[in-house]
Write a protein that binds this ligand. Structure first.
Ligand code: ADP
Ligand code: F6P
Length: 446
């Protein structure tokens, strides 16, 4: 079996390496098991000058990381990746800020990655590059002579050509995509958008749809244990007999958190029977807090939460609980099991794993209902969710009312459908099917 090289901006931090605990690592666990593999990325450190990658090893899996100079990192991560590409790819051109020096830093960092990775590569390796931070990496590896298979997976949406076309020097990035043998995205809509952009410059590399999933059984077990644990007990006793509506996100404008709060406020206004009967708990730890648009969102939410609670709270009830500190993942899994409603309202999201985790966390005998934005990639498959357009707070309020009053038999039937789906398309099956495509691509090229 070929050696697998994973490349992503972040690599699992040392404490998570032995059991591959965090985000992408969970998804790749099975693909990395039982073969030689190397995971390459940024060390998390910005103060050192460029140096060769530091390699550590756990069994057959190696981790190679490089430091990045602070100025390059700022332009690459804060500037071009998260100040320009993130809003653009999430269809939010109005929030994007382009600076030529950021694009230059983005390209420099991708070159630094390519230069540091190349000496570690062997001819038969299978290279899998992840996400929008690293679009030009494949081309950098090709220029340095790597002729093996390289795949690219975009975890976030790809917008229509009319939006992508607004990106200054965007043609250069599209051309860079031509270096990959397979390009994976989350939904058919993303495939169609990307195909159109690629075809416009005559590129024949075709995008495929590989919806990412979770490890459903492990998440369900975690949720069961945590719901019965001390934090679960504390949450339940704080709720009394009120129903819990739960939101779990990074503090990111793509997640539609203000829209969600306005929808909840509309519920309390238009369906007063739920007053003092429900609590919305929103856990939203600060993310990318040094990017201007994220700081603006935080200020907006601070004000909105104060206003909604000021307007609707009663002396013995605070309708909206809002946390910007992190809560351990296992504790959150327990909270999801306790919740009657999962409220997931991104304005645009590649997949949204929280929606799938909510489904996995439910008690099969008394499952909660999922209110889900139709603009999340997950909406394409989770047909048991109550879908909403999050831009309309009244629609969210109506969906919440439907969810809160839904007969148990219907909730069970809807959940059953979603659970089947979450078990069918898992993290492991996602990685398997992408890597299978990459293998086939190689066979064709040989
Ligand atoms: P994104 O990749 O944009 O953050 P996803 O919903 O696809 O969004 O994935 C987020 C992952 O991070 C999930 O596994 C989720 O459990 C975790 N996560 C999201 N929000 C929080 C939070 N507030 N606290 C802890 N973990 C979170
Ligand atoms: O899923 C999109 C993504 O950008 C990942 O690539 C990333 O690791 C995650 O969100 C969290 O963002 P960040 O790495 O900027 O903290």
């Amino acid at each position: 079996m070929s050696r697998l090289i994973i490349v992503s901006n972040r690599v699992p931090p040392p404490r998570e390496r032995a059991n591959l605990a965090g985000g992408l690592a969970v998804a790749l666990r099975e693909a990395l098991a039982g073969r030689d593999a190397l995971w390459f990325g940024w060390s998390g450190s910005n103060h050192a000058p460029e140096a060769p990658a530091r390699v550590t090893r756990i069994g057959r899996l190696g981790f190679a990381t490089i430091d990045l100079p602070p100025v390059d990192f700022a332009g690459y991560y804060r500037g071009f990746s998260n100040g320009m590409l993130w809003p653009l790819l999430h269809h939010r051109m109005g929030l994007a800020e382009f600076r030529r020096e950021d694009l230059a830093a983005y390209r420099r960092v991708n070159e630094t990655f390519a230069a540091a990775l190349t000496p570690l590569l062997r001819p038969g390796d299978l290279v899998w590059v992840h996400d929008y931070h690293l679009i030009p990496l494949g081309a950098g590896l090709r220029r340095r002579g790597f002729a093996g298979r390289i795949g690219f997976f975009l975890h976030v949406p790809f917008p229509p050509r009319a939006i992508f076309g607004a990106l200054p020097q965007g043609e250069g990035l599209v051309a860079d995509l031509g270096a990959y043998d397979v390009i994976g995205v989350q939904t058919r809509e993303d495939v169609a958008n990307l195909d159109e952009v690629l075809a416009a410059v005559g590129l024949t590399v075709r995008a495929g749809c590989y919806p990412i999933g979770i490890d459903p059984e492990a998440f369900a077990a975690e949720a069961r244990a945590a719901a019965a644990g001390p934090e679960g007990e504390r949450l339940r006793s704080s709720l009394g007999d009120r129903a819990l509506i739960l939101g779990v996100d990074r503090l990111d404008y793509s997640k539609g958190i203000p829209h969600r709060f306005r929808g909840f406020a509309q519920l309390l206004k238009r369906f007063p029977e739920h007053r003092n009967r429900v609590t919305l708990l929103q856990v939203a730890p600060v993310s990318r807090g040094d990017v201007a648009q994220y700081r603006a969102l935080r200020r907006e939410l601070d004000e909105l939460v104060g206003r909604i609670n000021g307007e609707h709270a009663e002396f013995d009830w605070v309708p909206l609980r809002y946390l910007t500190q992190t809560v351990p993942r296992a504790t959150l899994a327990g909270f999801q099991r306790i919740a009657s409603i999962g409220l997931v309202t991104p304005l645009r999201d590649g997949m949204n794993l929280v929606a799938k985790e909510f489904v996995a966390a439910q008690d099969p005998d008394h499952p909660g209902a999922l209110v889900l934005s139709r603009f999340a990639g997950a909406a394409a498959a989770l047909d048991g969710a109550i879908l909403v357009n999050p831009h309309d707070p009244d629609e969210t309020a109506e969906a919440l009312h439907i969810a809160l009053t839904m007969p148990e038999a219907e909730r069970r039937a809807r959940w059953e459908r979603m659970w089947q789906e979450v078990r069918r398309h898992t993290a492991a099956s996602w990685a398997r099917s992408f890597l299978a495509s990459l293998d086939v691509a190689a066979a064709r090229a040989a």
